[in-house]
Every structure is written in C-alpha cells, then in structure tokens.
Design a binder for this molecule. Sequence first.
Ligand code: FRU
Length: 496
Amino acid sequence: MASRILQDAWDYEAETEKKIRKEERPGFHLSSRVGWMNDPNGFSFYKGEYHLFYQYYPYDVHWGPMHWGHAVSRDLLHWRYEKCAMAPDMEFDKGGCFSGSAVTLPDGRHLLLYTGVIKETQPDGSVRDIQTQCAAVGDGIEYAKYPENPVITEKNLPAGSSRYDFRDPKIWRKADGSYRLVAGGCTVEGDGQILLYSSPDGVQWQYEKILMANNGRFGRMWECPDFFVLDGYGVLLASPTDMLPEDLEYYNGNGTLCLIGAYEEETDTFKQQYDQAIDHGLDFYAPQTMEAPDGRRIMVGWMQNWDTCNQHVSGLPWCGQMSLPRELSIVNKRLIQRPVRELENLHGAQVKYENVVLSDGIRLEGIRGRKVDMEISLRPGKEGNGYRKFTLYFAQDAVYHTAVRFYPEDSVVELDRAFAGSRRAVVHQCRTRVQSSGGKVKLRIILDSFSAEVFINDGEKVMSAMFYTDLSADDISFAADGQAVMDIVKYDLCEM
Ligand code: FRU
C-alpha cells in the first residue's frame, strides 16, 4: 500500500503532466515528468528494459524534498514515465530520498539502494542533514522500503568521516555473487573520499575501506561515485563539489572526475594512474553508468549545473533533463564517450557536403534545425593559407545564436551560449584543449531542442550545455577566419 505522501505524488504527476505538450520537451532526452529533476539514479536493465530513476521534486521547478522519479525505455531514447518510485515518507528518509543505484537480485526482484536523509538538531541549535544508506525492493513499478532501514549508518563509517556528507551508494554484483558498493563522503575536515562496502545479499553491509581519498586534489566533497572495470582498467567516476580550475581540464564549481587505474579484483584495490574531467561543457553532473546486456558500459549525466540551474524560468511545470546516454571505452588511457548507437535509428534525411570552402559566414541548403545530429570534419584550406578560427552557429536567428568554435593554433574548442537569450551574469563559455595537428578536427554536434552535446574527435572530449533560446531560432551557419575546408554530414533526428 502506498503511503499518503507517495499517493499524492502519483496523483499530482498524472494530473500536472497533462499541462506539458510534447513539443515543449526535448525529443529524445529524458526530462522530468513534472517538476524538478537532478541526478540520474538506479540506471539499470531490468525485465528486458532500461530503467532510469532520477532525483525528483514533483511540486516545483526547484529542488525540494527528494523523491525518485522513474522512466523506462527499450532503446535509451524513447522514455515512458512510470509512477514516482519513492517519496520521503519514512522515519529514516523523511528529509529526502537522495541519490542511489539499482541491481537485480537472484530471485528476480529489483533492489534500489539510496541515501535516506533526516534532520537532526545540533547542540548549538542548528539543524543538519544526517545521511544513511537505505534499501527498497520492487518489481519495476512499485517499490517497498526495507523495514530494517537504514542498512548502512554512521556506525559503518571509518574514524574521522563526516556523518553529514555520506551519500549516493552505487552497487554492483561481483562474479562470485557478492555485492560491493561505493558511497561518496568526506572527512570531518571536508576532504572527499570514496568508501567501499561489501555484502553477501545486498542488504547486510560491511565497511571495507577507503577506496580513494582526495587528499585535497579535486574539490571538496565527492558526490555520486561509480566504479567499474572497462577495457582492462579500473575506472572511478565522482562529482566533486567546490572545484578550483586547473588549466582547461577542470573548471570552477561542481565538476566531474574520472580516475583511471589498476584494479585488483580479489582485494578490491584500486591504484589511480590518470585523471581527467568527464565532460568539458557547462552542464553535466553526477553521471551514473550501467552495463547493458550486450556488454556496453553506458553513462547518463544530469545536464545541468548547480550554480546555474535556477536561472532558467520557462513557465512550464518541468525543469531538468538528462544527457544523451553515452557508450564508454578507454583508449590511450583516456575515457572515450560516444552517443549510444541507437541514436542512428532516429536518423531521418541525410544532407551531405564535401570540400566546402569556408571563409565568410555561409549557410548551406538543408542544414538547419533544433533536433539534429551532424558531423563536421575540418582542415585548413590551401597550403600556407590556414585558418585561425572556425565558428559553427546554431539555434540561430537574427538576434540569438549558440556557437562552437575551434582555434587550430591552440587546438582549443569553445562552446559559447552568451547570445542564447540569458540575462544573467553566469558562466556562458567554456573551452577545452583537444588533440589536433595541422588544423584538423572532427566535431559531432547533437542538438535536441534546448541542449547541445559536442563530441570532439570521435569522443575524445565532450562538451554539453543547455540553452533556452526559442525553438523558432533554428538556423545553422558556418564561418572561418582564414580559409578552412569542411565536410559535413547532417541528419534530422525524427520521432518514431
Ligand atoms: C548531487 C547531489 C547528491 C545528492 C543529490 C540530492 O547532485 O547533491 O550528492 O544525493 O544531489 O538531490
């Protein structure tokens, strides 16, 4: 039997979603059914379909007491909403059901692990969140919280750990049938750490060790960790808060981090060798991965940024969307991301040009739109007559545009939404360095109504950003400073 709080959420979301027309949402990215969305949660394949839950507050377009929203898909692009899976309705989570993950139990039930938040009055009268890890089981539609919750508490924390920042369990099942989870946390001084726990059954948990300590390198608290083996490496993802910038690799604020290294399965030992940001755009946070039945490691992130997510007021009763699901691999010690191959099934008409010589701004017949998958290969013009800058404008009309630029001399790609319609003094540009020699670069840009994801050099780097320009601004144009030559293949992305 659903609690009153959960039943209210079911009623509210079913009623309120009627106010949102299909055209007012992204076409193939998951957006919140109603209200507010942040982190992806419980990304998993269960009973023949992909399940993606999310941090959810149905009643407002701003963050509030966290529920879990729920959507299901066969192809990671067409999503069907299910009822809200969890609401903050128990003693152990009445301050919110924070982020977590999912796994299928041997008896066929779907296990969710999440962070239960409660408010606690401190001796000085202030109120702090206390975070513990909780479990719920269900059938892919309805979920019952485990009566013995919480399953991991402050008693299972190593000495010197904060009990206020301890969250976002990510579970996986090992080959021997036992379970592990990583949770994000920090020391009492506020320095990020990833904690490892083990369990025989998914509900009885034992603390193992600190899998990785920040030691002051990347931001403060590490949120939303994920750990998996990919192409022979151990890969640890985390989302550090309060980052300082580092060259063009890490930006200020909440960032994303990928640590790649050696993993010894028997002892769960991870030795980090390489680090990088996951996405170099403006809006990407708290990614989570899952292993698809065909073995692909697929990642989805929240396509927003905590410092700017409240600047947008659309007037519609939904706010927040996920990134495109991305296939991951490790090549030359780096994380490579490609849009899921299912996207090709949405390809409509192809428009293709080769050897287009760009100097002044040009438009090309057949190249426009706000739901588009296009790949551009650039090279300099005649020998000795290269180019200093290439610009692609999109979501463009006489007043607005968003731009991707490439500066061959510095091998830098820039994403710029300053002219997308924002009236706020927040960050609108970001830049990243890419591999490029002789002025050559490949840019694959995926537009879906209000978002752009730029996959550079077959996934070497990705830059994601939201922009809220009116949908009627759908021109695309090109310009070069000097002479650049471009091949372009463009598909409209259609609904099926
Ligand atoms: C990350 C995060 C998580 C937390 C959730 C709360 O964006 O802060 O650490 O579980 O959001 O909504």
